[in-house]
Structures are given as C-alpha cells and as structure tokens.
Ligand binder design. Structure first.
Ligand SMILES: [Zn+2]
Length: 421
C-alpha cells in the first residue's frame, strides 16, 4: 500500500512537474506542422494543439484596439539589406525601391490607429531593435535555425511532412543574410508581431543590362500549406491580391500565374516552419517594367500599390476604410485640362489618371490585350491610343480619333473630375 501511494504521488508529481520541464528542456524540438504541435524527439510523439496566430485572433485583436488594447503589429520588411542584395536594372536598385514602397505602406498604416507599423530598415541601416537583436542574439539565432531545420528534416524523413516545390527558382542568400532573415522570424515570434509583409521586386534573366525581361506583373508568396502560419497568411494574401490585381498585371511567369503562390523554401515566409505569425512576400512587379523607370511616375505608382495593399488589409480585418477617398485608387478623381496624345508632350499624371479611368471604363487594356501588354505607365503609347478610341466609340465622341482632345476630356471630367465630387 505504502509503496503504491508513493508511486502514485511520484507519478502525479512527474506529470505536474514533468510537462513544463519537458517543454523547457526541449523547446526547440517541438514543431508546429499542419495545425498540430508535435514533439519531434523520437521519445515523445505527443500531439498538442497548435498555437499559431489564427484569422479569428487577428480579427479579435483588431476589434479590441478600440477598448485600449494593444494595436495590431505589422512588420514591414523591405527586401534585402541596406547595402547589399536585390536585383538591379539600369539606375534602379531593388533594395532601395523596396524601401520607397515600404515607407508608403507605413504611412497608410500609421493613419489608422488600429495598427502599429514597424519598418525593418531604411536605405542606410536596420532599425535599432533588429540591429541590437542580431548583435546580442546571433548564437541563439543560429541555434534556432539549426533546430528548426533538423526538425523539418526529421519530419520529412518520417513522412509526416512532404517536401514541396513549386518549380520557381529563388536565388540563395549568403549565410549571414539568410541568418538575419531567420533572426527576423525569431524576433517576430518573440515580439508579438501579428503580420509580416516582405516587399520585393522581381527579376528574370535578361540578355543585357538595359534590356527588359520576358515576364511582368505581381505575385504574392505565402507559406506552403503544411506550415503552421499558412492558413492565416493565405486569407490575408488573397485579400491583398484582390486589391492589387484590379489595377496591376499579375505575373505571367508560368509558375506565378496563380497570383498567390505557396512556397516551402522562402525564409521570409517561414521556411522550416520558423514563423508563428502570418507572413507574405509580395513581388510588386518586375524591376524592368516601364512604370518603374521614371521617378515621378514611380512615386505615383508606388503610392497606389501601397494603398491597394492597405485596402487589402482593411478588407481582411473588415475595418472601415478610414482613408476618405471617392475611389479605390489614388489616381482618381482627376481634372484633365490639356490634350493628350500619342508621342505628345503629355503630363505623366494626366496620363496615369487617363489610363486608370479607361481601365474602370473597361476599355483599357484594349481587345485581346492584357494588363501585362498594357500596364498603367503614365506614358501615352499605342495601348492608350487604342483605349481612347474605344472610349470615344462607347460615348459617341467623333473627330478626335485616339486623341484625348476637348470633347473626350469634357466627357472624362464629367465622370471623374474633382469638381463633381
Ligand atoms: Zn528581392
């Protein structure tokens, strides 16, 4: 009897003390895969509920901000490093474009007091918190990476997780760069970041430094479906994609044509299941696309890309659109004054607004053309001339064939002018 009681007490004590002890002893050997929390150590096959951030968690958090609760924390990561990495085209460096766009997104988020926007770096340096984190936790970051990688290999070998490839090749990052990305993931996990958004521009092998590549358009990468942050990320990414793809071409690279693409190997979105929070990587277009070349046009295009991203987040959260605008694009409303024509000395902003209005009219791009053939560029070329002709046909405007002259502009101003609204 006495011995049995002893055993019972020991047994109960083991359970009470043992579980936290195990979690402490093997914090890195647990893995969140496919909605389930596995012990990866061979001796422990226990399965727990997954603790990754859900869609409901985010909705509740957004709603609770009004009662003085913490804001929704969004980390914006301009892709690559302050002085290193990313693609280049003519005078454009991707790593700087990523910062330009990131800052615009940060501005929109800051206007909404439900969000706390954190930007990972600028052109010169990492933000101080991250820089200090890298310096003070480098060994832990390496250990974190190694452990998660081992866990993944174990799960793949045991058949619990399937190795997945989408066929898109990504450039491998140098080791330190890769570790800083894992460091960001670890920091995200430890600092209650709710959503991470990585900003990039794509590239495709070109024949020379100044020739454009074959493909164009945007794509969003999300974690492969077995990862614990995959479901929530996909819901957010679909909302953002719906907004972005209204005015912008979707990548026509064969493997990116879905728009929202799963990837198991991109560190930024949590390769080796390193992220608890949702994370998406947005390739906002290919760096050689014409609308990114001119600084003034690019500024307007980036503002709108940031705005569409913001509206997508608002759609996800179901929050009111607290940017008071008449249109779901910043290109409109608009007042046109000067005649616009192919190869004329046109004002870029006039043409940006014209192309956008024509898109909303359903005549841009023209018959049989795609947004990849005819992106919104601020430049009046063949695509715009054809669309103006279609618009004139639609409204019975004669005598200005393909030229936005006084009659066409009067018609457009009647619908899209500042003065009307
Ligand atoms: Zn990039």
């Amino acid at each position: 009897m006495k011995i049995n009681k002893h055993i019972l007490i020991t047994f109960v004590a083991c359970i009470i003390l043992g579980v936290p002890w195990l979690i402490n002893k093997y914090p890195q050997s647990m893995n969140f895969i496919d909605g389930v929390f596995y012990y990866v150590n061979n001796n422990y096959a226990a399965v727990f509920l997954n603790k990754s951030i859900t869609v409901n968690d985010l909705h509740n958090k957004y709603g609770a901000v009004a009662d003085g609760n913490p804001k929704v924390r969004i980390l914006i990561v301009p892709g690559h490093e302050p002085d290193f990495g990313g693609t280049e085209y003519k005078n454009l460096k991707e790593r700087d474009l990523n910062v330009e766009l990131a800052k615009k997104l940060e501005e929109f988020l800051k206007r909404n007091d439900h969000y706390e926007a954190i930007i990972a770096r600028d052109n010169k340096s990492w933000n101080t918190d991250l820089e200090n984190y890298f310096t003070n936790n480098w060994k832990d970051i390496i250990a974190f990476f190694k452990q998660r990688k081992e866990n993944m290999i174990h799960l793949v070998n045991s058949g619990e997780v399937k190795k997945a490839t989408n066929g898109v090749k990504h450039n491998a990052a140098p080791q330190n760069v890769a570790l800083r990305l894992y460091g960001i993931n670890k920091w995200v996990n430890e600092n209650k970041v709710d959503i991470a958004i990585h900003i990039h521009f794509n590239d495709y092998p070109r024949s020379g430094d100044s020739s454009a590549g074959k493909y164009s358009g945007l794509s969003i990468y999300v974690p492969e479906r077995q990862y614990s942050n995959s479901t929530t990320t996909r819901v957010i990414a679909e909302a953002v994609f719906n907004r972005l793809s209204k005015y912008n071409a979707v990548s026509n690279l064969p493997k990116e044509e879905n728009g929202v693409n799963e990837d198991q190997d991109l560190i930024a979105i949590g390769s080796y299941n390193t992220l608890d929070a949702p994370s998406m990587l947005i390739e906002y277009g290919y760096i050689y696309e014409p609308q990114f070349a001119d600084a003034e046009v690019r500024d307007a295009i980036f503002k709108d890309l940031a705005f569409q991203t913001y509206l997508g987040l608002q759609d996800f959260f179901g929050g009111p659109n607290d940017v008071s605008v008449a249109y779901d694009t910043l290109m409109l409303p608009y007042d046109w004054k000067d005649t616009l024509k192919k190869n004329g000395t046109n004002n870029n902003k006039d043409v940006l607004a014209l192309q956008t209005a024509l898109l909303l009219e359903g005549v841009y791009p023209g018959d049989g053309k795609t947004k990849n053939d005819c992106p919104i560029t601020g430049k009046f070329g063949a695509c715009t001339a054809e669309a103006v002709s279609q618009y004139q046909k639609k409204y019975g405007i004669t005598g200005e064939s393909g030229v936005a002259g006084s009659k066409t502009l009067r018609s457009l101003n009647g619908e899209y002018s500042l003065n009307i609204r």
